[in-house]
Design a protein. Structure first.
Length: 245
């Protein structure tokens, strides 16, 4: 791959794209294009973090799993962020599983290189700390949302977030997967999805979802979607704004 193509690939990630040219060029030799295929596990609890990942349009779910095997998504990472944030906090392992739920490409970097670059200070350190804050906001807002809002509101919020990350209103998602991510029974997702479908807000068929009316989906969602979107844009700069398209 030529240097120019390598640069174009890397810059699809918003964190890498926000770096000054000099900082970015220092990272290029350590960035490797990788395929983030469906269900690929990037991190597992208690296992050493050897590499970090900067996704493009892939979506990586951070999953918390209980002793009885039940699980729930506690965070989502795509082109706005990085998988492997514990390494900048002095830890070499994660307490969540990072698994690819929507496939695409990304950039991989050795964890020890990122640690060294982070310790240099400067723009990269500032960007990663700001991203850490957005991730904290995502987790804390998600906890409140799961407790206080209806399943239909939460589903609408989640679909909008996925749409923003993929920069598309059409994406492959099964109800079983959505139920796992929201930590609810599949039957509950079926009822909520059918309600949105009957209102003409989404179209669902054989594991594929298409947003038909984004205005209505935003109106159905709880305030958590806009709170998180505004916080990401404030701290990391605006990405593709898909609202009201």
């Amino acid at each position: 791959m030529s240097t120019n193509n390598h640069t174009l690939e890397s810059r699809q990630n918003r964190l890498l794209a926000a770096l000054p040219k000099s900082d970015y060029e220092r990272l290029i030799p350590h960035l490797k294009p990788v395929s983030l295929s469906l269900q690929k596990i990037l991190l597992q609890p208690a296992e050493p973090i050897t590499h970090v990942y900067f996704p493009h349009r892939a979506i990586v779910s951070l999953i918390s799993t209980m002793e009885n095997g039940s699980s729930v998504e506690v965070g989502m990472v795509s082109n706005e962020g990085m998988v492997g944030i514990p390494v900048i906090l002095g830890s070499n392992s994660s307490n969540t599983t990072a698994i690819v739920q929507v496939s695409d490409g990304g950039m991989q970097m050795p964890a020890d290189v990122l640690k060294s670059e982070f310790k240099r200070g400067g723009v990269l350190q500032d960007l990663l700390l700001r991203y850490l804050h957005t991730l904290y906001t995502q987790v804390s807002q998600g906890a409140a949302c799961n407790r206080l809002h209806t399943l239909e509101q939460r589903l609408a919020r989640w679909l909008l977030t996925v749409s923003d990350r993929m920069e598309s209103d059409d994406f492959p998602l099964t109800q079983e997967f959505i139920a796992q991510m929201l930590g609810v029974r599949r039957s509950g997702v079926t009822v909520a999805a059918n309600s949105l479908s009957q209102k003409g807000i989404i179209y669902y068929n054989r594991g594929n979802i298409s947003i038909q009316n984004r205005y209505a989906l935003e109106a159905t969602s709880c305030e958590c979607y806009q709170v998180l979107k505004d916080e990401f844009d404030r701290l990391l700069g605006k990405g593709s704004d898909r609202s009201h398209q």
